[in-house]
Design a protein around this ligand. Structure first.
Ligand code: BG6
Length: 489
């Protein structure tokens, strides 16, 4: 369907996210003809810029991510700048005037998208001003796109939600979880529901465990101030990791509508087995990186980073075992693991199938390798199936073989960036790949318990050197169940 006309107002236009992700994504949509002919962008920021400063900035952002970009001048001519003080009505009144002019100039039909790409403490205030100062008084649609973090815990998330729901309907709120825009995260459901060889096996009779790892090489960089109060649990687990688990575990939706998919995901989150305080340590492991002990790759410890407390109790690594208490999954652990300053930048899902009843083959004193389905989310995008086949020659020995599909191997095949797809979805009014309030609330509820226990009990940090796969306790978490983390390709 054709994208409707729209005015896109970006709060945080001078910021990092806009520069790295939003401008290049909008440009891609523009060149692919996926942005309606009728569109304009207002960049809102605190700095005293003008249209020219913003346009030069946008141009720079586009060219640094797409050096061969064409028609950039035409693209940036649709950008306008409005300096604003987020808590001052008079700046919203100016914004309203500009929006009205652009609405007429480009025939935007009163359709408006407000993208909040800035510090979360202002989300509520901005939403309230948008209504109070008349920015939402037009005949078209009004959608709010809101970046993470959505609250700091369930209480603050409820508070924030109440404020924005006074202005926007739930259906018009697009809470970003950029993992939901990733090609291979969207592919989880297709792999499951479009393949007769997987869906019948996708349950506790045939799957022994599922492992989701999202590791990063970078440390906290300049984000120490934010990260100190967040840690890996709030930064990655509450959102991205639990969203992937929900997609892996949900029942087939009766239809591919946002409502049906969401209601299946919500059921998974409701089925997460709750823990008592004293059980948290049996299911969750935390880590914090210390300095690297590899002289070739020196790195500071977390506690030495800028804006980090010298005795910080913040976890930069989390590993956990989630149990989903329903008929399909009872007894199957979902292990998750994520952290900063690990050895590789990679997100992967590994589905380990149960063993065949016995090994018939010559090397029968050894265990056959289990079948694995690997879903490569990034940087590779694709799937690998690990099977056993006959070793070539006269004997009947087995050897492991791999069936591999990788989009990275297809020349000229470029999957769009997550943000490009999410912006396009929002323009078309498709909220499937955004987080509904019910999902936010349930995942905070789960994570809050862990944060509270961890805040009350200080950890022995640091407990893993920068550049490694986390503390030994993360390995022990699986060993006690007779499993181990697969590091397969
Ligand atoms: C963000 C976190 O949501 O996701 C960051 O705030 C993290 O700390 C990032 O680095 C990881 O995203 P990606 O797409 O690089 O895996």
């Amino acid at each position: 369907s054709e994208t409707p006309a729209s005015l896109i107002t970006i709060f945080g236009a001078t910021g990092d996210l806009a520069k790295r992700k939003l401008y290049p994504s909008l440009y891609h949509l523009f060149t692919k003809g996926q942005l309606a002919e009728h569109f304009a962008v207002i960049g809102v920021g605190r700095r005293p810029w003008n249209n020219d400063t913003l346009r030069a900035h946008v141009k720079d952002s586009v060219l640094s991510s797409i050096p061969e970009a064409k028609n950039v001048e035409e693209f940036i001519s649709r950008f306008y700048y409005q300096a604003n003080d987020v808590s001052d009505s008079s700046s919203y009144i100016q914004l309203k005037e500009l929006a009205k002019d652009l609405d007429e100039k480009y025939s935007l039909q009163g359709n408006r998208i407000f993208y909040l790409a800035m510090a979360p403490e202002f989300f509520g205030t901005i939403a309230e001003h948008l209504k109070q100062d008349g920015l939402t008084d037009t005949t078209g649609f009004h959608r709010l796109v809101i970046e993470k973090p959505f609250g700091h815990d369930l209480e603050s998330a409820k508070e924030l939600n109440k404020r924005i729901r006074n202005v926007f309907d739930e259906n018009d709120i697009y809470r970003i979880d950029h993992y939901l825009g990733k090609e291979m995260v969207q592919n989880i459901e297709v792999i499951r529901f479009a393949n007769a060889i997987f869906e019948p096996l996708w349950n506790n009779r045939f799957i022994s465990n599922i492992q989701v790892t999202s590791s990063e090489v970078l440390g906290v960089e300049e984000r120490g101030g934010y990260y100190e109060n967040s840690g890996a649990l709030r930064d990655m687990v509450q959102n991205h990791m639990l969203q992937m688990v929900a997609l892996l575990a949900m029942e087939p939706p009766i239809r591919l509508t946002p409502q049906e998919i969401r209601s299946e995901k919500v059921k998974v989150l409701r089925a997460l087995k709750p823990m008592k305080d004293e059980e948290v340590e049996n299911y969750f492991v935390r880590g914090q990186y210390g300095p690297s002990n590899n002289p070739e790759k020196p790195a500071l410890g977390y506690r030495e980073e800028t804006n980090v407390q010298p005795e910080s109790n913040t976890a930069t690594f989390v590993a956990g075992k989630l149990m989903i208490d329903n008929f399909r999954w009872a007894g199957v652990p979902f292990y998750i693991r994520t952290g900063k300053r690990m050895s590789t930048k990679s997100t992967k899902i590994i589905i380990q199938f149960k063993d065949v009843p016995m090994n018939l083959y010559y090397n029968s004193d050894e265990k056959l390798a289990p079948n694995l389905l690997v879903i490569h989310i990034q940087p590779e995008e694709g799937i690998t199936l690990h099977l056993n086949a006959k070793n070539t020659g006269h004997s009947m020995e087995t050897k492991p073989v791999k069936l591999n599909f990788s989009t990275n191997d297809i020349a000229g095949y470029n999957t769009p960036e997550a943000y490009e797809k999410l912006l396009h979805d929002c323009l078309r009014g498709d909220a499937t790949n955004f987080t509904h309030w019910d999902e936010v609330a349930l995942s905070w509820n789960f994570v809050d318990k862990i944060s509270r226990v961890w805040e009350e009990n200080k950890a022995e940090f640091p407990n893993y050197p920068a550049g490694t796969m986390g503390p030994v306790e993360a390995d022990q978490l699986l060993e006690k169940d007779g499993f181990h983390w697969w590091s397969v390709t």
